[in-house]
Ligand binder design. Sequence first.
Ligand code: ADP
Length: 151
Amino acid sequence: MALEKHIRKAVFPGSFDPITLGHVDIIQRALPLFDEIIIAIGTNAAKNYMWTLEERIAKIEAVFKEHSNIKVTSYKGLTADFCKAENAQYILRGLRNTTDFTYEQTIAQANEKVNGVDSVFLICSPEYSHISSSIVRDIARNNGDFTSLVP
Ligand code: ADP
């Protein structure tokens, strides 16, 4: 109840197909800001994923198994609705460049206006700005070595 209100909870939404060092960097740097972080895999029936939902969840759980304040789950529908259901006041996102910023800006503004859910952005560390899940998938599809990009 009253106590619950003071818990600072953030949802870190994404596809995590797969989780990369870029995601891990953002999550680790956000840990001091929140009491709890929910890593939430949005599921979209129209999307073709390379790794199954179970594989993606298992990988993320393995990375953060020492952290009792990090939860891993999946959700359907709007991220803002999921945040409300979880009593999470914040959405956490990482920004690599202006393309990310332009994409995130209107979504964050709409989430705040329509649902009262605010977004917190961390700019990725420079050594990770070239990393994306889609690059990892490209390398994987062509039997390349992507181990330096993932945890
Ligand atoms: P989505 O499908 O929503 O883009 P992703 O799994 O690709 O989900 O990314 C989830 C979040 O992680 C997004 O905020 C994205 O900008 C961020 N992110 C992805 N790659 C990096 C990176 N290399 N450095 C920092 N943030 C990143």
